[in-house]
Design a protein around this ligand. Structure first.
Ligand code: NDP
Length: 330
């Protein structure tokens, strides 16, 4: 089997040299374990944080979510051919314990890849951020940053179905802005490179917003704090603008006092602590994926050898929707 490992700690944006690809023998299968052939790998911004925090030991395998098919089984509960999601990461094959995998049985009309994207952590993050953290009400005006990304695009589509009034998104290119307004039905969108985020947001939402779904941090967070109405809510989901410079304190937001003066609620969350929401979320989403009410937005890169380039591309904004690597035909 082939495995991608972290070879060095990046200073700033990661480079190809920070990774190495190695061939390893497949370990002998012991009771309670399965041999899985990976079909799709997920590349995610949080992996950049882990590269600094030591979650991946140097020279170790890279942790990450994958979908695979069971090739050999030493546990009767998981037969050969079963499809599973696991976190053994960027490798062609894995040998997880049965307790480390989640079996999936794709619903008719829903593609397998969705089980690593909008029907997995990506969509669940959007759902939890909107329903449990922002407590979105029908009629709320909402701003979402990194809105053309995996979580952002899911959040915009779900918010519409939950009754949000005006949905505004930011993204990093004109093509993404167009995608947001034409394909994902955002009411307004802007490219955050085109000016000061505070000016761009106030042009898009002159009457302010009730909720900010924050994927980015920094200047866009500052802009949102400025635009939020009294008793507005911020669901702090991520801060991707800061992941390459985590050791340097960010210059923005500089207006945290507004959180006090406007009685804002600013609440962060980690989706893994809300996995109990998965069932209600799937009940909500699966029928809407089937009938096309919610689009499955993804950028699929083919070939295991393109995993690291896909990850580097993701961090530079080279994706629309969920970024996935497809290893082999389903
Ligand atoms: P995305 O698909 O959104 O990909 C990351 C995007 O970030 C890129 O496409 C790029 O889009 C944008 N980006 C990169 N650098 C910058 C920058 N300097 N400023 C602004 N935008 C930037 O990834 P995900 O949907 O997987 O993740 C979105 C956020 O959600 C991340 O912050 C992630 O850490 C967080 N997250 C949090 C979870 C939780 O439990 N709290 C769980 C899962 C994800 P663009 O072209 O628009 O710049």
């Amino acid at each position: 089997m082939t495995v991608i490992r972290q070879a060095a700690r990046p200073a700033g944006p990661p480079r190809e040299e920070d990774f190495e690809v190695v061939s390893l023998p497949v370990p002998d299968l012991v009771d309670g374990h399965v041999l899985v052939e990976n079909l799709y790998l997920s590349v995610d911004p949080y992996m950049r944080q882990l590269m600094d925090w030591g979650g991946w030991e140097l020279g170790g395998g890279l942790e990450g979510q994958s979908i695979g098919r069971v090739l050999e089984s030493r546990d009767p509960s998981l037969p050969v051919g079963a499809l599973v999601v696991h976190r053994h990461g960027w490798r062609t094959h894995a040998v997880p314990a049965v307790a480390e995998v989640r079996r999936i049985e794709p619903a008719a009309g829903v593609p397998l890849s969705a089980y690593l994207g909008i029907l997995d952590i990506t969509g669940l993050t959007a759902w939890v951020g909107l329903t449990r953290i922002a407590r979105l009400h029908p009629g709320d005006d909402l701003f979402i940053s990194a809105a053309a990304g995996a979580v952002g695009g899911a959040a915009g589509q779900i918010a519409r179905l939950l009754g949000a009034r005006r949905i505004i998104g930011s993204a990093g290119s004109a093509a993404k802005v167009e995608h947001l307004t034409s394909r994902l039905r955002f009411d307004a969108a802007f490219d955050y490179h085109e000016g000061r985020p505070a000016d761009l947001l106030s042009a898009a939402a002159p009457d302010g917003i009730d909720v900010y779904f924050d994927n980015v941090g920094g200047e866009q967070l500052e802009a949102a704090i400025g635009a939020l109405r009294e008793h507005g809510r911020i669901a702090a989901c991520g801060a991707v603008a800061q992941y390459n410079t985590l050791s340097t304190p960010p210059a923005a937001p500089r207006n945290l006092l507004d959180v006090v003066e406007k009685s804002l609620r600013f609440e962060g969350f980690i989706v893994n602590r809300h996995l109990d929401a998965r069932e209600e979320f799937e009940r909500f989403l699966v029928p809407r994926l089937r009938d096309g009410t919610v689009l499955i937005d993804e950028t699929v890169v083919d070939g295991f050898e393109n995993t690291v380039p896909a990850f580097l591309q993701l961090l530079r904004g080279g994706n629309i929707g969920k970024m996935l690597v497809r290893l082999t035909a389903e």
